[in-house]
Design a protein around this ligand. Sequence first.
Ligand code: ZN
Length: 292
Amino acid sequence: MQNWQEKKRSSFRWKWALLFVILVVASAGAFRMYSLRGQANLPKAGQAASAPRAAAQAAAGGVKVLVLNYHKIDNTHHSLAVTPADFESQIKYLSDHGYNSISPDELYEGLAGTRELPENPVLITFDDGYKDNYTNAFPILKKYGFKATIFAITSFLGKYPHYFTWDQAREMEKYDISIQSHTVDHKSMTDLTDEQLREELVDSKKKAEEELGHSVDYVAYPTGTYNLHIAEMAKEAGYKAAFTIKYGNVDESSNIYALERVPVFHTVNTNRDFLERLKYIPIFAKFGWSKS
Ligand SMILES: [Zn+2]
């Protein structure tokens, strides 16, 4: 039987053992995240087109774009929801601090060097196509004159009440809200056969193009899961670029079929954490963690 001191020592050892395990798991995760970036045998964003890079931007140290990733904008306690009030203060912050919202085409052309991007470019993205994007986020974006991009699950629009309709999609597009693909029905892509993958990528593109009357060139991988084979298939399906949930800024060393984003969701202090997320990104570069 253990005496009090032995019990205390044993619980002390357990705490250290647990801390050690957590550290090992966390560093393995971080290593995997950075080594995955290196493996991608896909064109770098800066090589996406052959035209010469805008001289001014090259002189200023290259293109760097903040890509924010939202899901729901409502007052529920859904883990991916941001309240409309918090969303408005975030957009106001970006507006007050000289951020300029851009479209996915502008991002693509900026990375390819065929267009000069505005100062502090930000691409605001939403995944899934929730109805609240139309009812809650759209009026705020309109009020501040901000562009945004919604990656919609094409078979859910007009079918499920929690998703906006194609009519609403067309209305938003008139105000610089670009609707792009988030596949046909949001299956985790790493579980699919090649035939199913092709259907998810090609059929969603076709459906959105028919409904919207323009070419749909960008896709966000559902749940962020992807691998290099899936990235190659996105390219084959005719997309110009694809978005993940890898944390970071997009720049010329990014893989054009695995672009980084910064997720935004509610926390105990959503707006403080939003600002920290904006500020933390340069730290990645400061410590010399390279993407290539
Ligand atoms: Zn999604």
